[in-house]
Structures are given as structure tokens and as C-alpha cells.
Design a protein around this ligand. Structure first.
Ligand SMILES: O=C(O)C(=O)C[C@]1(C(=O)O)C=C[C@@H](O)C=C1
Length: 288
């Protein structure tokens, strides 16, 4: 008998066995259809094109910091809305094809975040190995199946997903405590996602300047105009203007009044208006 089609499709950075896959499963479980994307940017595109209703993308790691590809994609116009967050504990392993020995390994493959989180281990144990960035940790695990001189940094789960691999080292990241935070993407700012969207206590606002806006306010002036509590600030180069070293800022805001001042959205809308009046650009990218 054919299984009934599931109501929701969730895109994640594949293949099966990535941390993104684990984060998505933690949030959505077995009640949804999963869609594997080749890159983080492809996850955004799957949601934007409505191939998937939701997506899960890594945003920040507690050892290596911001996930650059996620922020670079958030710089684009018409990006999907952020409607949630997931925090996952990350314990990296080094996996190689069964029978491969430490001294055979000349290449270490992984996602750039995982390579960055294990820098100390790599310098100490594989000082002469070449580090190769690939699209995801599970893509690295899959690739070493056919490379007897390579090893992959990935999750323990990959030893089960890909038959023929064995675990050489466990817990190899530079600090024992290691967490990655993910954003949950959806098509619109007001779409509801199961099990439920959080109670609108966080939001992400993109701050920038119009190309013609000279002289421009400083980022400190824009944040003052915003007037809400900023819990995190990231920046990437703004690519659409003619002036060099103009950045786009991503301000994550945390609601502090516990809901005492009524619905949050009108406060955010007024804050965005104040930024515009002070000569900046502000756009709401997500609320959750
Ligand atoms: O490659 C994966 O497994 C991912 O899900 C990506 C990613 C990331 O980009 O941060 C997710 C968690 C870990 O920090 C390492 C890699």
C-alpha cells in the first residue's frame, strides 16, 4: 500500500547524516517529507521557489562563529522568512574507509565550519594533511568511501548511514562543549510551522544604506534609531552599492518586556520606520 503524502516538506543541507538533517529531525520528526539540498543556498532556494514549505540552515557555531554562506544568502532580496531556531550539540568524529590507517591519511575533507571547529586537533594530529572544503560533513563522509588516502570530519551517525566507514577519533572539536544554532525558514513571516512557532520573542532585522544616501548615518545611529534590544549583530559587505566597505548588518533583537506591552509586531514596525526616517534601510527578515 502506498504511504499517504505528508503535509509538509522540509529542505535541509544533505545528504542524510549532516548536522542540518539531525537538527531538522529534532524539530519536525517523522511527520514531514524531507528534501535534500546540495548547498545551504539551495535550501533557501527550495523554500523561495516553494519546492519546500520550510528549510533548516546553520546560522552560528559556538566555536567557529557565524556561518558565512547563510549570511551571504540573507543579503539577497526576497529571501524566505526566519520562523524559528534549533540548537544542536555537535560532537565531531574522524571517519575513514574501513582499514585505512592514520599514516595513510593525506587529505581531510569536511564543511568549512567543521574544519574550523577542529583546527587544534588537525594541527596536532595531521600537520601535513591537506584540508579540503566540501559542501557538508556527510558529503565528506560519502566522498571518503572511494578515497583510501582521505578522512572526513562528520557526525558519528555517518558511520551508520554510509556502510564501509569506521570511526578513527571521536569528540575532536577544539572544545568539548560545542553547539550549532540553526534558523528555520518558511515562505512568509506569518506562516505557522508545527509543532508550534515560538512566542515571537526574537526577530532579525537587516540594516543597510541606499546607494545614493550620502553622507550616511553611522551604524551606531541606525541602532539608536531602532531603539530595541539587540542580542546579536553580524555584518557582511553590501554588494549592491558603488562605495567600497559599505556593509549590511543583521541585528537579532530579543523581546525584553515579556509581552507586557501588547503584540510585538507594531513595536518592530515603528522601529523600522524610525531607521528609515534617520536615513537608513531596515527590513524585517524573520520573527519567531
Ligand atoms: O555539514 C553539515 O553537517 C551541516 O549541517 C553544516 C554545519 C554548518 O555549516 O555549521 C552544521 C553544523 C556543524 O557546525 C558543521 C557544519
Amino acid at each position: 500500500m502506498q504511504e499517504p503524502k505528508k503535509a509538509l516538506t522540509v529542505a535541509f543541507l544533505g545528504p542524510l547524516g549532516t548536522y542540518s538533517h539531525q537538527a531538522a529531525y529534532d524539530r519536525f520528526g517523522s511527520s514531514v517529507e524531507y528534501h535534500e539540498s546540495g548547498t545551504i543556498t539551495d535550501v533557501f532556494e527550495a523554500v523561495a521557489s516553494k519546492t519546500a514549505h520550510a528549510g533548516v540552515v546553520p546560522q552560528e557555531n559556538s566555536i567557529f562563529g557565524s556561518v558565512i554562506e547563510t549570511y551571504d544568502t540573507l543579503r539577497r532580496q526576497n529571501v524566505p522568512a526566519i520562523r524559528g531556531e534549533i540548537v544542536l550539540e555537535v560532537q565531531h568524529c574522524l571517519l575513514a574507509r574501513r582499514g585505512v590507517k592514520h599514516e595513510d591519511i593525506r587529505y581531510i575533507k569536511s564543511h568549512e565550519q567543521a574544519l574550523g571547529q577542529c583546527r587544534g586537533f588537525l594541527a596536532q594530529n595531521f600537520p601535513n594533511a591537506s584540508l579540503e572544503k566540501v559542501a557538508s560533513t556527510a558529503a565528506a563522509a560519502e566522498a571518503v568511501l572511494t578515497s583510501p588516502d582521505s578522512a572526513a570530519i562528520c557526525s558519528k551517525l555517518c558511520a551508520t548511514v554510509f556502510d564501509g566507514l569506521e570511526i578513527l577519533f571521536e569528540g575532536i572539536q577544539d572544545r568539548n562543549s560545542n553547539f550549532t544554532r540553526f534558523y528555520v525558514l518558511s515562505t512568509t513571516l506569518d506562516s505557522e510551522l508545527p509543532p508550534s512557532t515560538l512566542g515571537q520573542t526574537r526577530c532579525l532585522v537587516r540594516l543597510s544604506w541606499g546607494a545614493e544616501n550620502k553622507p550616511s548615518p553611522s551604524i551606531a545611529q541606525l541602532l539608536t534609531a531602532l531603539g530595541l534590544s539587540v542580542s546579536r549583530l553580524d555584518r557582511r559587505p553590501q554588494l549592491d552599492g558603488t562605495l567600497p566597505f559599505r556593509d549590511v548588518y543583521f541585528a537579532e533583537l530579543a523581546r525584553e518586556d515579556g509581552g507586557a506591552n501588547g503584540p510585538w509586531m507594531p513595536h518592530i514596525e515603528r522601529a523600522i520606520e524610525r531607521v528609515r526616517e534617520s536615513g537608513g534601510k531596515a527590513e524585517l527578515l524573520g520573527i519567531w
